[in-house]
Design a protein around this ligand. Structure first.
Ligand SMILES: Cc1cc2nc3c(=O)[nH]c(=O)nc-3n(C[C@H](O)[C@H](O)[C@H](O)COP(=O)(O)OP(=O)(O)OC[C@H]3O[C@@H](n4cnc5c(N)ncnc54)[C@H](O)[C@@H]3O)c2cc1C
Length: 390
């Protein structure tokens, strides 16, 4: 069978096509496959889960959600994580403040191998009968021309082959770029230009080292370091995109010089690391929300809908919760034809984002030592956190 207009082979017709197989897209796909078996669901992911993925710290408050998705036991057995019990924050002073997660109701946290975690979610969806299209990108989105409505997607596989896929409902789970929602007319409201520049290290398992997460502010941003499975340590420099661009050509050298301004993070690395990657992984980490998170026959989930500063460690939890909530909203919409459930979902995303903004502001304003620097000055200015919400 082909898509008549373009003569592309038609992969099939589904109720819901989800574009992006990160935690948000896979959680939405799994929720539909696990709790609405009759639904035909496709997950389209541009990668093959080979490349490095960033963002690893989740609280154990995620476990009930994994339970709902019937994946908790598998996650715990797979052990692609390190348990973590404390955060050392050198923020406002060089002296570390220790915060034990055991004091919180949710108990310990987990530091994930994100590549394994994301691949495990997508694979489980596939094993439960979902259609998983890896290494595929959406080239074109056309309105379907029959009575049912929905969309006709043109997909391009990495090999160059092109296919069509028909879907009654479309989900944007492409992360901060919100690639699909923006093509459907939504606009992203940016609150800052934060990026993360990460480097991975091998640590000496015989040396005494702590499993704590270390956060340390510095003149032009802040550092984050955390242990990962298989004796690895990720060290990330969080700064503004413009400031990083202004650094010299030799970015690796710049990264190392900047680390020297953060004595605790620098000492941790010198005491524990035995080998280092020579590549830096740069990822956007800005705070944003879409002016429209839902529309007729589509919605956005996770970072595509709204994204949070990694300082908050909200990203993965929010993404997976929004994926599950979205699954229920989609079912409500497809079964009633009414927008109510989509509007309820939209309002919930907006509420969570609105609650986050003052806490985010509070954390940055707690650091007052570097007000001469553009990074911190921007975060202390009156209007920097108060862009009009959609
Ligand atoms: C440096 C850094 C550190 C972070 N640390 C933490 C942390 O400690 N704790 C935490 O909770 N959060 C953290 N985050 C945030 C967290 O990583 C994100 O919130 C989370 O990954 C969002 O999940 P998602 O599924 O919405 O998007 P993503 O994880 O970005 O997934 C999007 C998926 O869509 C795919 N894709 C993109 N475009 C297309 C396309 N056109 N077609 C098909 N597929 C596409 C991508 O390959 C990817 O698989 C961090 C982020 C950064 C940048």
């Amino acid at each position: 069978m082909t898509d008549n207009k373009n003569c592309l082979p038609l992969l099939g017709e589904v109720d819901v096509a989800i574009v992006g197989g990160g935690p948000a897209g896979s959680a939405c796909a799994l929720a539909l496959r696990t709790h609405r078996l009759a639904y035909r669901v496709a997950l389209v992911e541009s990668s093959f889960y080979h490349a490095t993925r960033l963002g690893e710290n989740v609280s154990s408050a995620l476990l009930p959600l994994l339970d709902y998705l019937e994946i908790k036991e598998h996650f715990l057995a797979q052990a692609a994580y390190v348990e973590s019990f404390a955060v050392q924050a050198c923020w406002g002073s060089h002296i570390p403040l220790l915060q034990h997660s055991l004091r919180h109701w949710s108990g310990e946290g987990y530091l994930l191998d994100r590549r394994c975690f994301d691949a495990m979610l997508a694979e489980t969806f596939h094993l439960r009968g979902g259609k998983l299209y890896l290494s595929c990108r959406v080239e074109t989105i056309l309105p379907a021309e029959d009575e049912e409505g929905g969309y006709l997607l043109h997909l391009r596989h990495q090999s160059g082959k092109r296919f069509a896929l028909k879907a009654r409902f479309l989900v944007d789970a492409t992360g901060r770029k919100a690639n699909i929602a923006r093509r459907l007319g939504a606009t992203s409201l940016h609150y800052d230009a934060l990026i993360g520049v990460s480097r991975f290290f091998e640590i000496n398992p015989a040396a005494p080292w702590s499993k704590d997460i270390v956060i340390e502010s510095a003149p032009e941003g802040w550092w984050y370091s955390a242990p990962l499975p298989e004796n690895r340590l990720v060290v990330t420099w969080m700064t503004d995109a413009g400031l990083w661009r202004e650094q010299g050509q030799d970015k690796l050298n710049c990264w190392e010089s900047l680390l020297k301004q953060a004595p605790n993070s620098d000492a941790r690395l010198r005491q524990t690391a035995v080998a280092a990657d020579t590549t830096l992984t740069v990822r956007p980490a800005h705070t944003h929300i879409l002016d429209q998170t839902v529309g007729k026959n589509w919605l956005s989930v996770g970072d595509a809908a709204a994204s949070f500063d990694p300082l908050s460690s909200l990203g993965i939890g929010f993404s997976m919760h929004s994926g599950c909530h979205a699954a229920r909203a989609i079912v409500g919409y497809l079964e009633s034809g009414e927008m109510n459930s989509l509007h309820h979902y939209r309002d919930s995303v907006k509420r969570q984002f609105t609650e986050y903004l003052p806490t985010w502001q509070h954390y940055y304003r707690y650091e007052t030592r570097y007000l001469h620097s553009p990074f911190w000055r921007a975060r202390h200015e009156q209007n920097s956190f108060s862009q009009a919400l959609p």
